[in-house]
Design a protein around this ligand. Structure first.
Ligand SMILES: [Ca+2]
Ligand SMILES: [Ca+2]
Ligand SMILES: [Ca+2]
Length: 566
């Protein structure tokens, strides 16, 4: 069905619409044809209509199906027309924290907005108090955002800092939750500092919840809480040219044919750069190399990860080639999400916390150890053609992917869901691998094998999960089957990180075959991202070598348990 568009009337209609509906309203966003009124009630039978769908309208306009008598084109949400067409008017509300009524807080004392406090860019400061930081209080509002395909690309500026009033240091940065998607920023001290991130798919297309809070606990939470997290300004703005991926699913310079987007970091004799003829179809790619166990090399760009509604079971696909033994790491937002070998087209499942956000994506050869004489370890990894695909193997909930350790470093297609990490100290490595051996597994063929070889080294496997809701009286729990045949010096088990370098761990029994270990997660972490890790540790102390002590892990569950607090 086609309709007549009265172009000559559009200016009048736009002014009317934007004047009466400055934020557009959630109903403006992306009305599908199927939801349009049927013929018997169609206002366009008897009235003039400018549009059926958004694409009938001009730049940054949507088709307002709630307007009367006929449908008109109006500025998209967060856009206004002051006479020269629709332009972005800013988001969310009260970006400088000067109007406390615009924001909500989870607690009236621990999370507060002072509209008169001195900021850096403008007056008004939002603060999470030390007590608020320790229980993950937050400050939030809902704001109607334009559809992604009717708006510009947006970035977010955040001016904030961590005010440490207790003695000592801290590791406390903010998390900016955009409709539940996680963007973390580094700790800043000494006054308000601006950092930015790109708005992902969750930040567009209707009512979006903007929430600011602590990314993790403060070190001071273990004694006297003493660190504030303060915000001067939180503002969505138009992205600069080349600052953010062009669209959902895109990576800046994902085919590596141009010279923008990727940044390289190397140390200890590692190398990283663009290289001709090493990529997919002999096109240009990126080559990272290491020469010894002291080397590191990485390449980082930005990727826009889709929501489940646009790409279900999403995975990041890329081309890889190089040294068969070269186990390299993939990170999102600085957090390791997988380790694998460069065996062709590989896929890494997108973790739940990252869906619908824009994150740094990093490919890295990591340093094995930084003490003792470097051991020769020449490895080359070639990378190219980063894209986003749907892979049913990831499942609807990526937190549950690969907890049975049936995906190996060199499996075709999907990569492991764990960053399995060889440790090392003083020239002695602590091996870590996913073993393809049914006799070592709790079930299936695969299990995680971590081996401590020195009193002060350890091997680990890490991932970030979303902590599940309680199930009635049963609180959130991580369970895993762990088998430690013999560990007279060290220990092994599972743990979670409350903050960087500070974990809560549960050790597994030794010499008893596979035993299920249950680790309760405190309920304050429900619905939050959490780093969990399986480990084998030499136990700590003087750094003497020991006979290898294996910890096998299999069939981990992210679940609930009646013995855990809810
Ligand atoms: Ca302010
Ligand atoms: Ca290429
Ligand atoms: Ca298994």
């Amino acid at each position: 069905m086609t309709r007549t568009t009265f172009v000559g009337l559009s200016t009048v209609f736009i002014l009317t619409a934007c004047g009466s509906d400055p934020q557009g309203g959630a109903m403006d966003a992306g009305i599908p044809d199927a939801s349009l009124p049927d013929a018997s009630t169609d206002p366009c039978e008897t009235n003039t209509c400018e549009c059926d769908v958004d694409s009938d309208c001009g730049e940054f306009e949507v088709c307002d199906t709630t307007s009367t008598p006929g449908r008109i084109c109006a500025c998209a949400a967060a856009y206004e027309d002051a006479g020269g067409g629709c332009f972005f008017a800013g988001a969310p509300g009260d970006q400088g924290f000067q109007a406390p009524d615009v924001w909500s807080t989870t607690h009236s004392v621990r999370a507060v907005i002072d509209p008169n406090a001195a900021g850096s860019i403008d007056t008004g400061v939002a603060s999470l108090t030390p007590d608020g930081v320790c229980v993950f209080d937050s400050i939030f509002q809902t704001f109607t955002m334009p559809p992604r395909d009717r708006s510009e690309i947006f970035a977010v500026d955040v001016s904030y800092f961590t005010e440490i009033v207790a003695a000592g240091f801290d590791s406390l940065g903010p998390v900016l939750l955009i409709d539940g998607g996680w963007n973390t920023l580094p700790q800043q001290q000494g006054g308000f500092t601006n950092n930015t991130f790109c708005l992902g798919e969750r930040g567009y297309g209707g009512d979006v919840e903007f929430r600011i809070g602590p990314a993790n606990e403060s070190f001071s939470c273990d004694s006297t809480p003493g660190s504030f997290l303060r915000f001067d300004r939180f503002a969505v703005r138009r992205a600069l040219a080349g600052e953010c991926p062009d669209d959902v699913g895109e990576t800046i310079n994902g085919d590596m044919e141009a010279n923008n987007g990727w940044t390289f970091a190397v140390a200890g004799g590692g190398t990283a750069d663009y290289a001709d003829n090493v990529g997919a179809g002999n096109s240009r790619g990126i080559r990272i190399t290491r020469s010894t166990t002291a080397s590191s090399a990485s390449a980082t760009s930005k990727i826009s990860l889709p929501m489940d509604t646009s790409v279900p079971n999403s995975a990041i696909e890329f081309f890889s080639a190089g040294t068969a033994s070269g186990v390299f790491e993939v990170r999102l937002g600085g957090q390791p999400v997988s380790r694998l070998t460069p065996t062709g087209a590989r896929r890494v499942c997108v973790p739940e916390w990252a869906k619908g956000t824009v994150q740094d994506i990093t490919f890295a050869l990591t340093q094995v150890m930084n003490t003792g004489p470097p051991i020769n370890r020449s490895e080359t990894i070639d990378l190219d053609a980063v894209s986003v695909v749907s892979d049913a193997g990831c499942g609807a909930d990526a937190t549950l992917y690969d907890n049975d350790f049936e995906t190996f470093f060199d499996s075709p297609g999907l990569a492991p869901g764990w960053a399995v990490t060889i440790g090392g100290v003083n020239g002695t490595e602590a091996p870590a691998t996913i073993l393809n051996d049914p006799s070592s597994a709790h079930a299936g063929n695969g299990s995680l094998r971590l081996t401590a070889t020195n009193v002060c080294n350890s091997a680990t496997a890490r991932r970030d999960i979303f902590v599940p809701e309680s199930d009635g009286a049963a609180g959130p729990a991580i369970k895993a089957f762990v088998n430690i045949p013999s560990a007279p010096t060290g220990r092994g088990g599972i743990r979670f990180y409350r903050l960087p370098f500070r974990s809560v761990e549960v050790n597994a029994p030794e010499g008893a075959g596979y035993q299920q270990v249950i680790m309760c997660i405190p309920p304050k972490h429900i619905g939050r991202r959490l780093t969990i890790e399986a480990f084998a540790s030499g136990g700590g102390g003087g750094c003497g070598n020991i006979a290898g002590e294996n910890t096998f892990v299999d069939d981990l569950e992210v679940t609930t348990d009646p013995t855990c607090p809810n």
